[in-house]
Design a protein around this ligand. Structure first.
Ligand SMILES: Cc1cc2nc3c(=O)[nH]c(=O)nc-3n(C[C@H](O)[C@H](O)[C@H](O)COP(=O)(O)OP(=O)(O)OC[C@H]3O[C@@H](n4cnc5c(N)ncnc54)[C@H](O)[C@@H]3O)c2cc1C
Length: 583
């Protein structure tokens, strides 16, 4: 092959890959060493040792690690502001065997923690009798690396003054399995200078502050569109769209690290990979899954694509914007149930949002439909007032358009159907089952009997500590300024729905914080190709890569913990790479 035909076939191939990827969204796993190979006509607009893409927890922790290793960094961020979804978050990071546990004398031995993490993240594959507890060697290596490094990473960030943490002392999300030997104390949150708990905005503020006087350039409003490689297939830079829409090339002397978040705002990718309809997410609009396509173009292997950090969203909020302010972390109130189109409960309403988000994907093989696609949160006036302002319930004395109110249960059913009819142009025709009212009345009677007995005979609501912890202690509001009686127990997550109206309903659909699938990384945070080999000079962490957590959610902070940990490892390893030739 002559030099001319070689160049031609490479550019043709590259164009083909681009077209295939943009036409299908995802399925082409094209790309090999030839995709993105350079010629000598590139003009680099800027250069640094390491280019870090994104500016959430994963990217900022990587940038810090590069600086600590003496490297120069450019943080390339598509949005006009720094922080991504991290800045919207509650800011918790889940760290096994952390310094607060050790100080309190709580032991969290390595294999116990790993067993819990594998069982929670890979429930269908967990096997005591198999190597790596039944999961793949690389999946196990990531979890092992997480146990080995996460506490050290947080302590090193603290020692450097880049973050300040405090223990949140909440229960893990799978608190009651025998495999969880340390179910409380792994979640940490940022500590504000005034001694109170901070949220994600505080975490971003602390990381950003540390970087402020360091050799770091923040290139905002530059959305990265592709990876540049040299003739050896090594990653040597990026293409990005600048604020004018022009493409600029950025040179990475050593490596590139992606921390660009998931694909939860990309309808095409959601339709392609998720197990059922997704109505919204609390991620920022920039969660477009750019690294899925960019990774495919350079031959990355994808993983964990069908999973997500799941939750539920209020349908009518999501219809206004699929990037909702927050998801329904815990349905508020005790005289409250979630029912489907048959009027039946389908889930423990107080279980964690990640498992609750899955309840929507049940499929009815006879009717060929998702009977739980939409659920209806039904509650009485007591919960409306006693828990006003809790989670997404309107504050006292205020109303919200998404709340449907009626004087009786019978008329509430009619009002829900009317609301569904008004939404039909957007969500398609939805009809409550003809037996919805009968089903709901029977369901309320059963729930009320169970509430009085303190025992949920259907879904064990309130049986395990997590349910009560999150109902009462975490971000929850139970007012003292109303006429309504508080719940004397025995199960304070359940209280009988009143015999008298008014009653209220909110339409709820499957949602998520963000997805957590993408190119697979190894324990060094290097991106792997379809042969399991690292793509030289390419790193990733956070929601843009295949999460080590699998389908699970170990406890509060299971997304930010790995983002900070593998972001830091990515930064350290990227900074230690050799210099790459331009050609
Ligand atoms: C209300 C709420 C509460 C939450 N609470 C918690 C919690 O307490 N604990 C927890 O662990 N998780 C929590 N989460 C989830 C958590 O916020 C995310 O999982 C986490 O922030 C993801 O971090 P990241 O670094 O991977 O990505 P992000 O923080 O989303 O950052 C990605 C960045 O990449 C940028 N970007 C995207 N594409 C490109 C491109 N092509 N070029 C350049 N830049 C690009 C984006 O603009 C964004 O700034 C919460 C989320 C929400 C919304």
């Amino acid at each position: 092959m002559t030099e001319v035909t070689k160049k031609f076939s490479m550019s043709t191939r590259r164009e083909f890959i681009r077209q295939t990827v943009s036409a299908t969204g995802v399925t082409a796993v094209a790309g090999n060493a030839s995709a993105g190979i350079s010629n000598n006509s590139r003009r680099w607009a800027r250069e640094a040792d390491v280019l870090v893409v994104g500016s959430g927890a994963a990217a900022l922790s990587a940038a810090i690690a590069v600086v600590q290793a003496g490297g120069r960094v450019i943080v390339v961020e598509g949005a006009p502001t720094i922080g991504g979804t991290t800045a919207k978050s509650a800011g918790a990071y889940w760290i096994p065997n952390n310094q607060f546990m050790r100080a309190a004398g709580t032991t969290d031995p390595k294999m116990d923690a790993i067993r819990y993490m594998v069982r929670d993240g890979f429930p269908a594959r967990y096997r005591e009798d198999l190597p790596n507890l039944g999961i793949e060697a690389n999946e196990f290596a990531l979890i092992e690396a997480y146990y080995d490094n996460s506490a050290k990473v947080i302590e090193s960030l603290e020692a450097a003054g880049a973050i300040r943490s405090v223990t949140a002392a909440v229960y893990d999300y799978f608190d009651h399995t025998d495999l969880n030997k340390a179910p409380r104390g792994r979640a940490l949150v940022p500590l504000k200078p005034d001694g109170t708990w901070g949220r994600g905005s505080e975490l971003v503020h602390q990381l950003k502050e540390w970087l402020a006087d360091k050799p770091v350039k923040f290139l905002l409003k530059h959305r990265v569109t592709g990876i540049e490689r040299n003739a050896k297939g090594e990653v040597i830079g990026l293409a990005a769209s600048d604020p004018k829409g022009d493409t600029v090339l950025l040179r990475a002397n050593k490596a590139v690290m992606f921390g660009t978040g998931g694909y939860s705002q990309n309808q095409q990718l959601l339709r392609c990979f998720q197990p059922g309809p997704i109505h919204g997410a609390c991620s920022v609009p920039a969660a477009q899954g750019d690294f899925v396509k960019i990774g495919i173009e350079v031959g990355a292997m994808l993983g964990n694509m069908a999973n997500a950090w799941r939750s539920q969203v209020i349908l009518e909020q999501a219809l206004q914007s699929p990037s909702v302010p927050m998801t329904l972390e815990i349905p508020p109130g005790d005289s409250m149930i979630l029912v489907n189109k048959y009027g039946r409960r389908v889930v423990d309403e107080k279980r964690n949002y990640n498992v609750r988000g899955r309840a929507h994907f049940v499929f009815d093989e006879t009717e060929n439909e998702y009977p739980n696609d939409l659920l209806f949160m039904i509650y009485d006036q007591r919960t409306a007032e006693l828990f006003a302002g809790d989670m997404l319930l309107p504050e006292p004395g205020t109303s919200a358009d998404f709340v449907i109110t009626a004087p009786t249960i019978a008329t509430l059913g009619q009002a829900i159907q009317q609301r569904l009819d008004t939404l039909a142009a957007r969500i398609g025709a939805r009809t409550l089952d003809a037996n919805f009212l009968t089903g709901l009345q029977q369901q309320i009677s059963q729930f009320n009997r169970d509430a009085k007995a303190g025992k949920d005979s259907q879904f064990k609501r309130g049986l395990y500590p997590y349910d009560g912890d999150w109902h009462k202690n975490v971000d929850s509001v139970e007012r003292t300024d109303t006429r309504w009686p508080h719940n004397p127990g025995p199960n304070f997550t359940m209280y009988p729905l009143s015999d008298n109206g008014p009653y209220h309903a909110i339409i709820v659909g499957a949602g998520m914080l963000d997805t957590n699938g993408g190119p697979i990384i190894n324990a060094r945070a290097q991106v792997l190709d379809t042969h399991g080999q690292p793509i030289p000079g390419l790193y990733g962490a956070g929601n843009c890569v295949a999460s080590p957590v699998g389908q699970g959610y170990w406890g509060a902070g299971s997304t930010l913990g790995p983002a900070l940990t593998f972001g830091t490892l990515a930064g350290r390893n990227a900074a230690a790479e050799s210099l790459k030739q331009d050609l």
